[in-house]
Design a protein around this ligand. Structure first.
Ligand SMILES: *[C@@H]1O[C@H](CO)[C@@H](O)[C@H](O)[C@H]1NC(C)=O
Length: 405
C-alpha cells in the first residue's frame, strides 16, 4: 500500500501546485469567483456624494493625543463623547478587518479609550480596570447603554481583537470619572470577526462580523475571492443568569456587514462593500427576532452608524470618494498630511423614508479616512473618528445651517 499512498500524495501535491499556479496567473479566478458566491458591486452606485464641495466643516479641531479612533458615541445627557482609539503602527501589524494576520514578535497590543467633554473640549484617557495582566487591547466598535435607575452610570460595550480571539467587553463607567471597570468579557464562536456592537440590554447586544474567516489561509482566500454574499451578518448575543452566552444570526447575509445601531425597536445595519443600510424591526420587541423592512442605498461605502439624539435618525459615515485601504495602510503617517480620504456624514430621515441627507462633507483636510461620527445636539458639535490616522478624532462646531431637529 505504501507506494500507492506515496504516488497519491505526489499527485495531490502536483495538483495543489498547479492550482496555486493557475490562481496566481489569474486563469482560475473567474471560475472560483463564480462558484463561491462572489458579489460584483456596480461602482457607480457608490459615487453619489463624490466630487462635491465641502459642507459644514469650517470649525473643526483635530486632537493629536488620541490616534486611530475607529468609533465614537456621544452620551447626549452629559455632552460627553466616548472614543475607541489606538495605535496606527500596531494596526498595520494586526487589525482583523483590514486583513492583517497576528504577529507573534510583539509582547502586547495596548490601545486606548478616551472621553471628551464637549462643553469644555477637555479630552481624558480612560483607565481600564479588571483586565487580566498583559491582555491584548485592540479596539474597534463601541456603544453606550444606560444603567436602569441610575443616571450617574453608563455601560460601555466595546469590541476587542486579542490575537487569540475576539470578545465584547462590557464596562461600567461612572460619569465624570476616568475609569472603565470591566464587568464582563463576552466570548462565543459567533463573535469572530467583530466590527460594530450595539447594546439592547445590560447583557444583550448585536454585533456585525465583517468577514467569515478571521485568520489563516481561508481568510487569505476570502480576501482574494470575496466579497461573498453569504459571508457576513448580524448576531444577537446575550448572557444569561448562569453566565451562559448564546448567539443567534438575526439578519440576512450580506457581502460586508459593518455599521450597526439600534433606535427603539429599529435596527440599522450598514454594508460597507454594497453601500447600503438595511432597516430591521424587532418583532414583538424581541431583539432576537427581526423583520427586514427596508434597504436604503446610501450611495457610498457605508461605515459606522450612530443615532442622532432627539430625532433618533441614523447618522451614517461614508467614504464619498471611495476608500483606498491598501494605499492608506502603506504609510499610515501620511494620512491627513499628504494622503487624504474625503468623508461625509449622512442623516437618514425617518420621516422621509430614510432618504439620505448630507450633513457634513470634508475633503480630508480635517477629517480623513473617517469611520464614525456622532453629534451632540445640545452643544451642536460633531465628533468624527479616523481609524488609522495620527490625530485620531476631530471636534467640529456645526454652523447654524445644519438643522438637528
Ligand atoms: C445592495 O443594496 C441594494 C440597495 O440597497 C440592495 O437592493 C441589494 O440587495 C444589495 N446587494 C447585496 C448583495 O446585498
Amino acid at each position: 500500500m505504501a507506494p500507492n499512498i506515496g504516488r497519491v500524495s505526489i499527485l495531490v501535491a502536483l495538483a495543489a501546485v498547479s492550482i496555486v499556479h493557475l490562481i496566481n496567473s489569474g486563469s482560475l479566478n473567474g471560475l472560483i469567483e463564480a462558484t463561491t458566491g462572489h458579489v460584483v458591486i456596480d461602482e457607480s452606485r457608490l459615487a453619489n456624494w463624490a466630487n462635491l464641495p465641502d459642507v459644514a466643516n469650517g470649525q473643526c479641531t483635530v486632537d493629536f493625543v488620541a490616534n486611530a479612533c475607529e468609533d465614537v458615541n456621544v452620551h447626549a445627557a452629559s455632552s460627553t463623547a466616548f472614543l475607541t482609539c489606538g495605535d496606527p503602527a500596531g494596526r498595520v501589524q494586526w487589525f482583523p478587518s483590514s486583513g492583517y494576520q497576528p504577529t507573534t514578535n510583539r509582547a502586547r497590543f495596548e490601545e486606548q479609550y478616551f472621553k471628551v467633554n464637549l462643553k469644555t473640549g477637555k479630552r481624558t484617557e480612560l483607565m481600564l480596570k479588571g483586565l487580566p495582566e498583559g491582555h491584548d487591547i485592540v479596539t474597534h466598535g463601541l456603544d453606550i447603554f444606560p444603567v436602569e435607575g441610575d443616571d450617574s452610570k453608563i455601560l460601555v460595550f466595546a469590541v476587542n481583537h486579542a490575537r487569540e480571539r475576539d470578545s465584547i467587553f462590557i464596562f461600567e463607567h461612572t460619569l465624570g470619572t476616568n475609569v472603565l471597570n470591566l464587568a464582563k468579557s463576552v466570548e462565543h464562536p459567533a463573535i469572530k470577526c467583530a466590527n460594530s456592537v450595539a447594546a439592547v440590554g445590560p447583557r444583550s447586544f448585536y454585533i456585525t462580523n465583517d468577514h467569515y474567516y478571521p485568520r489563516g489561509i481561508l481568510r487569505q482566500l476570502e480576501d482574494k475571492f470575496g466579497p461573498w454574499s453569504w459571508a457576513t451578518s448580524v448576531q444577537h448575543c446575550a448572557v444569561d443568569e448562569q453566565d451562559k452566552v448564546t448567539c443567534k444570526e438575526v439578519t440576512h447575509t450580506m457581502p460586508c456587514a459593518n455599521g450597526l445601531a439600534v433606535a427603539g425597536d429599529r435596527v440599522f445595519v450598514g454594508d460597507s462593500k454594497n453601500g447600503s443600510v438595511s432597516v430591521y424591526e424587532m418583532i414583538n420587541k424581541q431583539p432576537n427576532d427581526l423583520r427586514r423592512i427596508a434597504d436604503i442605498d446610501v450611495g457610498a461605502i457605508a461605515d459606522n452608524i450612530k443615532i442622532l439624539a432627539g430625532t433618533q435618525d441614523p447618522l451614517v459615515t461614508v467614504f464619498p470618494d471611495g476608500e483606498e485601504l491598501p494605499l492608506f495602510l502603506k504609510d499610515v503617517s501620511a494620512l491627513g498630511k499628504t494622503v487624504f480620504a474625503p468623508t461625509a456624514v449622512l442623516r437618514l430621515r425617518a420621516d422621509k423614508n430614510y432618504t439620505p441627507e448630507l450633513i457634513l462633507r470634508d475633503d480630508g483636510k480635517h477629517l480623513t479616512d473617517m469611520t464614525a461620527a456622532d453629534i451632540d445636539p445640545k452643544t451642536r458639535t460633531l465628533v468624527g473618528a479616523s481609524f488609522l490616522k495620527y490625530g485620531g478624532f476631530a471636534v467640529c462646531k456645526l454652523p447654524s445651517s445644519v438643522n438637528l431637529s
